[in-house]
Design a protein around this ligand. Structure first.
Ligand SMILES: Nc1ncnc2c1ncn2[C@@H]1O[C@H](COP(=O)(O)OP(=O)(O)OP(=O)(O)O)[C@@H](O)[C@H]1O
Ligand SMILES: O=P(O)(O)OC[C@H]1O[C@H](OP(=O)(O)OP(=O)(O)O)[C@H](O)[C@@H]1O
Ligand SMILES: O=C(O)c1cccnc1
Length: 491
């Protein structure tokens, strides 16, 4: 079989040109083998929500481990007339040499905390920026959207129907992965099912009904072929006057004589709350109480919430375009910022100052903890310096609320969990891939057991606290003060 351009491409080249032009420049830095630290973080939750889900880590690890440049790549880069021969030679044997620490995939996360940290020689740390951000931004966005949609469905199943509306094939397949992590029960996308062991399912398209001489024949042929698995699309002509009566007739005339039950029907247009109630009534009257009603048509958490409020009788939602593109808020916005650089054996914290307070970064290598109350609810996240002594939870702990730093604040009767774990050591993975089902369960467990309800609500959710240890806060303030002083001296 011919290899397509998709299979032949070298994903190591999936980076912005400036990563390479900077790396080429770093070749002549005498300290280029010293380590630097970059943090990945994001600034606001999608859809003005109260949380997000960290997804895409496995693809980051795979990218890092495979990094290499083939002769074709070197030839192409040479043709750009931007790079020294020394740099091109260096790329020929390139592999990533640094360390990566990250939240476990599926961890609930909040703005402005380091969800992934790269600690690596300067060139290595720079080259991986684009791919890390692309993977984390995409899958975290879709996992978060899926989680919102699944919660709106209040226990009804949600399936990913998005492939055809995704921005391309990768977006469809990795989007299906992320949607499953976020709580979808499965996907219609066969390649995603095959690649990631996600349950696949489906119904039928309007073309099946339109191609046959009439709706009844279409339903009959399908039911004969798939007697255990027929979900009949009932809205091609007239849901209540034709679709439902034909579905009931097939259940009675075709399936019952085979000893089978009709699995269900699908609605794909009209007022889904009203129609589903009517359809339910008619199916029940015909003794088909166990037949399910699937609904689709440009659904998202807002329409599903509304349909649920209206008493819609829908057992399963198929959600496509608004999930796979996160249509209502399509940019996750995670960034990659330098936090620290080593020079002559000294660790120097770096801070990015901005006129906008939200854009001032959290400097230095750090640790991030989730703090739990006695009931196991996550009350806050906490940043400390990397080398602070471990937190002794038998004692009350003084922290700084960075929005109200003058207040004297303490945690009492609490426990903590460190959120970052090493996933790459000297360029090699040090954690096994986690089965997707486990990641999905981990997300569900946090949502059901750990997260405050006030963070889960769609309107005006509670903003999760990001606290700081006193010495971390002091270090940040000191850097801000020094940088202001330097600026004043320059003026
Ligand atoms: N009862 C309902 N409450 C809230 N939203 C609904 C309800 N029923 C359907 N919707 C949503 O309203 C929108 C209706 O869109 P649209 O007008 O395109 O559908 P339609 O009437 O079925 O037309 P078409 O046949 O072209 O799909 C969809 O996003 C659908 O999910
Ligand atoms: O609306 P979404 O959330 O994106 O869900 C996927 C949509 O894709 C299909 O429609 P399409 O018109 O592509 O094909 P069809 O003829 O099978 O309805 C399906 O019927 C859904 O309406
Ligand atoms: O199986 C279905 O019903 C389906 C799958 C993808 C898109 N729309 C519908």
């Amino acid at each position: 079989m011919n290899k397509t351009i998709y299979d032949k491409r070298n994903i190591s080249m999936m980076m912005d040109l400036y990563e390479l032009t900077m790396a080429n420049g770093y070749m002549s830095e005498k300290d280029r083998n010293d380590y630097v630290t970059f943090d990945v973080f994001y600034r606001k939750n999608p859809d003005i929500g109260g949380y997000a889900i960290f997804a895409g880590l496995e693809q980051v690890i795979e990218y890092i481990e495979q990094m290499h440049f083939d002769q074709d790549d070197i030839d192409y880069l040479r043709s750009l007339h931007l790079f020294s021969e020394e740099f091109l030679e260096y790329l020929k044997t390139y592999h990533f040499k640094g360390d990566i620490f990250a939240f476990k995939e599926g961890t609930i996360m909040y703005p402005n905390e380091p969800i992934l940290t790269v600690h690596a020689p300067l060139i290595d740390a720079q080259l991986v920026e684009t791919a890390i951000l692309a993977e984390i931004n995409h899958q975290s966005l879709i996992a978060t959207k899926a989680s919102r949609i699944v919660r709106a469905a209040r226990g009804r199943a949600v399936s990913d129907f998005g492939a055809r509306r995704a921005h391309n094939m990768d977006a469809a397949v990795y989007g299906a992965r992320a949607a499953y992590i976020g709580g979808c029960v499965g996907t219609a996308t066969v390649l995603a099912g095959q690649m990631f062991d996600i349950p696949v399912s489906g119904t039928m398209a309007h073309s099946w009904v339109m191609y046959q001489e009439d709706e009844y024949t279409a339903f009959k042929k399908f039911a004969e072929m798939y007697p255990d698995d027929s979900i009949l699309l009932i809205d091609t002509y007239d849901v209540l006057n034709s679709g439902v009566p034909n579905a009931i007739r097939v259940a009675k005339e075709v399936l019952e004589p085979m000893g089978k039950r009709l699995k269900g029907v699908r609605l794909d247009s009209g007022d889904l709350a009203y129609l589903s109630r009517k359809v339910r009534q008619k199916l029940d009257e015909a003794g088909l109480e166990d037949a399910i009603i699937v609904a689709s048509n440009s659904l998202d958490e807002y329409t599903i919430n509304s349909i649920m409020d209206q008493g819609g009788c829908i057992d399963s939602y198929g959600v496509g375009e608004r999930l796979i593109t996160s249509k209502s808020d399509p940019v996750f916005g995670a960034v990659y910022k330098m936090a620290e650089a080593e020079k002559d054996g000294q660790r120097i914290p770096k801070i990015k100052i901005s006129e906008t307070v939200e854009k001032i970064t959290n400097p230095g290598r750090k640790k991030v903890y989730r703090v739990y109350d006695e009931e196991g609810k996550a009350v806050a996240d906490l940043l400390t310096k990397y080398d602070e002594k471990p937190i002794d939870t038998s004692k009350r702990y003084r922290y700084v609320d960075s929005k109200k730093p003058w207040k004297n604040m303490h945690y009492e009767h609490y426990s903590v969990k460190e959120l970052q774990h090493q996933v790459i050591k000297a360029g090699k993975r040090v954690t096994n891939p986690v089965p997707l089902k486990e990641i999905r369960q981990y997300v569900a467990d946090q949502i059901h057991n750990e997260i405050w309800d006030s963070e889960l609500r769609f309107d005006n959710p509670h903003e999760h606290y990001l606290d700081m240890s006193p010495s971390y806060y002091e270090m940040k303030m000191d850097l801000l003060y020094k940088s202001q002083k330097n600026n004043e001296e320059e003026d």
